[in-house]
Design a protein around this ligand. Structure first.
Ligand code: SAM
Length: 179
């Protein structure tokens, strides 16, 4: 099952940081693609840098100026995360068991009504307002049932050695040290 995240309604003048965090969560929590709308090269570049430094999880980092068309043309299921949706626990097994590729849509300020209509599932992570970053992390973790945190990325210049204290990082050449 391939999972892509589509971040819509990004406002380049104020959302750079939170949209970057949406992308980082997509990458770290099991998605294989991140698509941003509208385009903001600075955010995409930051994600590419992280992939180069820490290893590749994302097969695609892209943007679109036509998010509705992107959703319409997606081959598979579409999940829109919204506090107005169906509680995640009521639908997550059905979504996982469909085995179809999945597009997960997260908004910014106000999501146009068409996205609610086009989605196969409008899913709530609790029916209270919070954050697209939190909503995406919880949704992906429920979808993958924690397995996503055990994956290892391909390549990368640096690899963390888990430790109880301090920071242990191995460089791809094998050199090790504290940073
Ligand atoms: N009123 C907006 C809404 O429709 O959910 C809240 C906007 S919130 C700042 C930005 C995004 O965070 C939303 O578009 C949605 O994708 C996500 N989000 C926030 N709270 C959520 C929740 N409880 N469940 C699922 N997604 C949520």
């Amino acid at each position: 099952m391939k999972v892509y995240v589509l971040r819509i309604g990004h406002r380049p003048e104020r959302d750079k940081r939170i949209t970057t965090h949406v992308g980082l969560v997509a990458r770290a929590f099991g998605a294989s693609g991140f698509v941003l709308s509208p385009c903001d090269e600075k955010v995409l570049e930051k994600l590419r840098e992280v992939e180069e430094r820490w290893g590749r999880f994302l097969e695609e980092i892209a943007c679109t100026e036509s998010p509705k068309k992107y959703v319409r043309e997606w081959k598979g299921k579409v999940v829109h995360l919204t506090m107005y949706g169906i509680p995640v626990d009521e639908v997550i097994d059905e979504i996982r068991e469909s085995g179809e590729d999945l597009l997960v849509v997260v908004g910014a300020e106000k999501v146009p009504p068409e996205f609610y209509e086009m989605a196969h599932y409008n899913v709530a992570i609790g029916n209270q307002p919070h954050s697209e970053v939190a909503a995406l992390a919880v949704f992906l973790d429920r979808l993958f049932q924690g397995e996503e945190l055990r994956r290892r990325p391909a390549g990368g210049r640096l690899k963390i050695v888990p430790s109880e204290r301090g920071k242990r990082v191995v460089k791809s050449g094998g050199e090790e040290g504290l940073s």
